[in-house]
Design a protein around this ligand. Structure first.
Ligand SMILES: Cc1cc2nc3c(=O)[nH]c(=O)nc-3n(C[C@H](O)[C@H](O)[C@H](O)COP(=O)(O)OP(=O)(O)OC[C@H]3O[C@@H](n4cnc5c(N)ncnc54)[C@H](O)[C@@H]3O)c2cc1C
Length: 548
């Protein structure tokens, strides 16, 4: 039923062969073809800019008030590329192998090989755009390591890698807006997908200031990011929900691996009941930081008063080859195991220590500040603690969606002409994906892959002409959207949506997060059904008649 369309031939020749044989659209025909891109994060901005530059008509949407506020802006640690600048043995194959292994051997090999192959190009592209990657004193680009690998292949821009990459993509996007090839609509939310004769031909969006509007195209691309926020307490913003891909699913697009959410080991712990977000401390801190808990689970002393012999550096003890840089899922599960066994630290005993004191004494405070200063400042602002003098407290939190819409090698879903790129697709590189591969995937999908694969289909649409917005499929989709909104407004209950979201997050984290059991999962199905019934019986939408 699902055809992954992996090209024939040896792994290392597949992408080259594809690009050399794929259908092209001549420059004169490109302006007749129209593509909708939903999302302006790294994947959406880079794709829209690339298609605009090539001469296609593009309409682009996001629900933030500017394209630049897509959640890619939050990424801190870095982006992987196998450039082997450190001469430490990195190659395309080694990056492919690390990623396949890091993904628990669940990933599609052809896609992962292509990702590694395109990684070096991305760094050149970003440098050409002016992205200010960290540099060595010599002027060469700096690198660091992320978990699950034994080479240094992570390029970074202090603690703002996502923001700096996004500024590069945003400039490219705005250049095309100014050139008239992209129409950009911030504060517009996708509410439904329109299919005509089984093909994605448009979307229903809500202008968040005025109301619903229809848009048509020859192809629709969802670049709408991840859905880790279903866990409520996570490192993500409220906007990182499954709203767009869920609506596509309702129209027939399949999900794959929806249960795979990466739980990041170095988030800040929850500190109170009213908290709605957790802050990430980049994984890069594990390059120099050591993770430990007290050996005594009744320990009351401050961390600096606990002698070395009474500390349990449990990652170094259990995983000597990778130590503190073991893959994220292993580090997270080990932390949860220690916390659940009563060894957690902090007022709620829900954290472990991340200690940079040895690195500070070996390398000097200046060197550590140079590498991680922004993270130390963020930590101090949030907790009031100076992490140069006292270990940070960290805890695992929901972070990155590795599931999403199923896509084939061309990044098309099972719905013809509907594509999903970036974090919105089911993540080529699998289950417990390695850090710093997700910025890479978002950029590579948008700059280098989809600009080749989408035209393969558009080539057959040259004679289609403009899609008819008066087609009954548009009216039917808009009516169904209005009915659903009315249904929610009519409930007129007393519970805010946030309460349901929080309850759902707690259920998911406890029973579907880091470890699962059959009994736990069965229990959860029943709890979620009860919660859903409560939602449709008690939801309060502020601003309705009840609140006037
Ligand atoms: C705190 C944090 C730190 C991270 N650090 C790293 C790191 O160091 N290295 C790394 O590789 N990765 C990191 N990641 C992951 C990485 O940032 C993301 O995977 C990547 O940026 C996702 O890009 P994207 O383009 O797919 O989606 P996003 O940047 O999330 O963009 C989604 C876009 O879709 C739009 N959208 C969504 N739903 C709708 C809708 N219904 N209607 C209209 N528009 C919609 C939004 O407005 C937005 O424009 C981090 C993530 C977080 C949260």
């Amino acid at each position: 039923m699902l055809e992954s369309k992996i090209p024939d031939g040896p792994l290392e020749q597949k992408w080259g062969h594809y690009r050399s044989t794929v259908k092209l659209v001549s420059p004169a025909n490109r302006k007749k073809l129209h593509v909708i891109v939903v999302g302006t994060g790294l994947s959406g901005s880079s794709l829209a800019a690339s298609l605009g530059e090539a001469g296609y008509q593009v309409t682009c949407f996001c629900f933030q008030d500017t394209a630049r506020r897509a959640h890619s802006v939050a990424a801190q640690g870095g982006v992987n590329a196998c450039k082997n600048y450190k001469n430490d043995g990195d190659t395309v194959f080694r990056m492919f192998y690390d990623t396949i292994k890091g993904g628990d051997f669940r990933s599609r090999e052809a896609n992962v090989y292509r990702l590694a192959e395109c990684s070096a190009q991305l760094i050149d592209q970003a440098v050409a755009q002016g992205v200010p990657f960290a540099r060595e004193y010599s002027g060469y680009l700096g690198n660091r390591s992320f978990g699950g690998v034994q080479v240094s292949r992570t390029f970074y821009a202090r603690g703002q890698t996502g923001q700096q990459l996004l500024l590069g993509a945003y400039q490219a996007l705005m250049r095309q807006v100014a050139a008239g090839r992209i129409q950009l609509f911030p504060r517009h939310e996708l509410l439904d997908l329109v299919l005509i004769e089984g093909k994605a031909r448009g979307i229903i969006v809500r202008n968040m200031d005025t109301g619903a509007v229809e848009h048509r195209a020859h192809a629709v691309v969802l670049a709408t990011g991840g859905f880790g926020k279903i866990y409520y307490l996570s490192t993500l913003a409220m906007g990182c929900n499954a709203s767009a891909i869920w609506r596509a699913h309702k129209r027939g697009a399949f999900f794959a691996n929806p249960s795979w959410t990466q739980i990041h080991p170095t988030s800040l712990p929850q500190s109170g009941e009213y908290q709605s977000k957790l802050t990430l401390m980049s994984e890069s801190l594990r390059n120099d930081g050591r993770i430990w808990v007290p050996k005594n689970n009744a320990e009351q002393r401050a961390p600096n008063d606990i002698p070395e012999s009474e500390r349990d550096y449990y990652l170094e003890r259990r995983y000597p080859a990778f130590g503190n840089l073991c893959p994220r899922d292993i580090a997270s599960r080990a932390a949860k195991e220690r916390i659940d066994s009563g060894y957690g630290v902090g007022p709620l005993k829900n954290a472990v220590y991340l200690d940079l004191s040895r690195a500070i004494s070996e390398q000097g405070k200046g060197q550590i500040e140079e590498k991680y200063g922004i993270l130390f400042r963020t930590y101090q602002k949030i907790t009031g603690i100076d992490a140069y003098t006292e270990p940070m407290r960290i805890s695992p939190a929901a972070h990155f969606s590795m599931g999403g819409l199923w896509v084939d090698y061309e990044l098309m879903t099972n719905v013809p002409e509907l594509y999903a790129i970036g974090e919105a697709n089911f993540a080529d590189h699998g289950a417990n994906r390695l850090g710093a591969n997700s910025l890479l995937q978002a950029c590579v999908d948008g700059y280098f892959i989809a600009p080749y694969t989408i035209p393969n289909y558009l080539a057959d649409e040259i004679k289609t002409g403009p899609v008819d917005v008066n087609h009954s499929a548009f009216t039917a989709a808009e009516n169904s959207v209005r009915q659903q909104l009315q249904r929610l407004l009519d409930i007129q209950g007393t519970m805010p949506a946030d309460q349901f979201h929080k309850a759902l997050g707690r259920i998911l984290y406890d029973k579907c997060g880091l470890s699962r059991s059959r009994a736990g999962l069965e229990e959860v199905i029943a709890s979620i059904r009860t919660l859903r019934d409560q939602f449709y019986g008690e939801l309060s939408v502020p601003g309705g008649p009840r609140h006037e």
